[in-house]
Design a binder for this molecule. Structure first.
Ligand SMILES: Cc1cc2nc3c(=O)[nH]c(=O)nc-3n(C[C@H](O)[C@H](O)[C@H](O)COP(=O)(O)O)c2cc1C
Length: 332
């Protein structure tokens, strides 16, 4: 039996991270100052949600929470909820095979496990769980390395692949550059070329402007509107600030728009969906769930967040994901 209390699991996860000296990871989850340079983006990633409030629409003839349907279809797969693990990597201090546990958890709740940087063996372990897996590679300087990684992923059966373009110039924690020497900027023609070598959906992660969304729409099947959880650019916009313009810009295409960065609760997910996202990725939440109780910790947190989403949808008069619209939002 998996315990389903959000606060309890989060507290347990944060305690574990504290015992390991994971101050940065705790700050990021809580939305405290930290991340790239001055650290404002971590703070703003949580702060921004306060600017969006919700209307209640209770007279919609919903008789029971069991009527609320959170299923979506993405990359041809039917998912039980519009919430997925972030594109994860590392976390070896929390469990011997952390990414495999993420995959097992996502399989059990009927969602998608996203993988970021990591070895072929790790990816294989994820896919072998039977989970739906998406592989996101880094924008390595050598295009051959990118193509090799993504072709391998395609061959072993992931459902989509992609690249986090926001890592063109590496990431940053304070003044420390992460992977700065390994990655480099790509031209549109290079990204198109990489995408054209693959026969499964191609995802561009790290879109944070309508112009990038428009350009990516020429070769991507999905985009993740993201500021990489605040570890790339100080004073980055929150993805939901740019999402409405992005939705307008690529209207009429069948590109799936996903979001991440700072999403923690069911109301956050509802706000993202109401502004036009098809699904929400959660990185720090996956990490905290894993820290709390391995696979079961992740399952508990995601189920708790989806229960919050269902209850919030009912209060806001939305029976299913398609009936969520920006009419329920007050934007300050
Ligand atoms: C432990 C950890 C490892 C991550 N590794 C990667 C990665 O390798 N590639 C990537 O694109 N994003 C990576 N991310 C970023 C997430 O995919 C996602 O963009 C971010 O966590 C979203 O913000 P949130 O942490 O506030 O949910 C990682 C995040 C965490 C917490």
């Amino acid at each position: 039996m998996v315990e389903n209390s959000y606060t309890e699991v989060v507290q347990k996860g944060l305690e574990k991270l504290r015992s390991l000296g994971g101050v940065d990871r705790i700050k990021r989850f809580l939305g405290e100052i930290g991340g790239a340079e001055s650290g404002y983006t971590w703070f703003y990633n949580r702060e921004f949600f306060k600017k969006i409030r919700l209307k209640m629409k209770l007279l919609e003839d919903i008789s029971d929470l069991s009527e609320i349907d959170t299923r979506i279809t993405l990359f041809g797969q039917r998912l039980e909820m519009p919430i997925m693990s972030g594109a994860m990597s590392g976390m070896g201090d929390l469990a011997p095979k952390p990414l495999k546990l993420v995959a097992e958890a996502m399989k059990e709740i009927g969602s998608i496990a996203w993988m970021g940087a990591g070895s072929k063996d790790q990816l294989l372990e994820m896919v072998n769980t039977g989970a739906n897996v998406v592989k996101i590679t880094k924008p390595y300087k050598e295009n051959e390395k990118i193509i090799e990684e993504l072709s391998f992923a395609e061959k072993i059966g992931v459902i989509a692949v992609g690249i986090d373009i926001d890592y063109f110039y590496g990431g940053k924690l304070g003044d420390r550059l992460i992977l700065g020497g390994v990655t480099g900027p790509k031209k549109i023609s290079e990204l198109s070329e990489i995408a054209s070598t693959l026969n499964i959906p191609f995802v561009v992660k790290g879109i944070l402007s309508e112009s990038d969304a428009k350009k990516a729409s020429n070769f991507a099947d999905a985009i993740v509107v993201s500021n990489h959880g605040g570890t790339v650019l100080d004073y980055a916009a929150h993805p939901l600030e740019v999402l409405p313009e992005i939705v307008k810009e690529i209207e009429g295409t069948d590109i799936a728009i996903l979001v991440d960065s700072g999403f923690r609760r069911g109301t956050d997910v509802l706000k993202g969906l109401a502004l036009g996202a098809k699904g929400v990725l959660m990185g720090s939440t996956t990490l905290v769930g894993l820290a709390a109780d391995g696979k079961n910790g992740i399952i508990s947190l995601f189920l708790a967040i989806n229960d919050e989403l269902k209850r919030t949808m009912a209060i806001c008069g939305c029976k299913d994901i398609n009936s969520i619209s920006k009419d329920i939002l007050i934007l300050a």
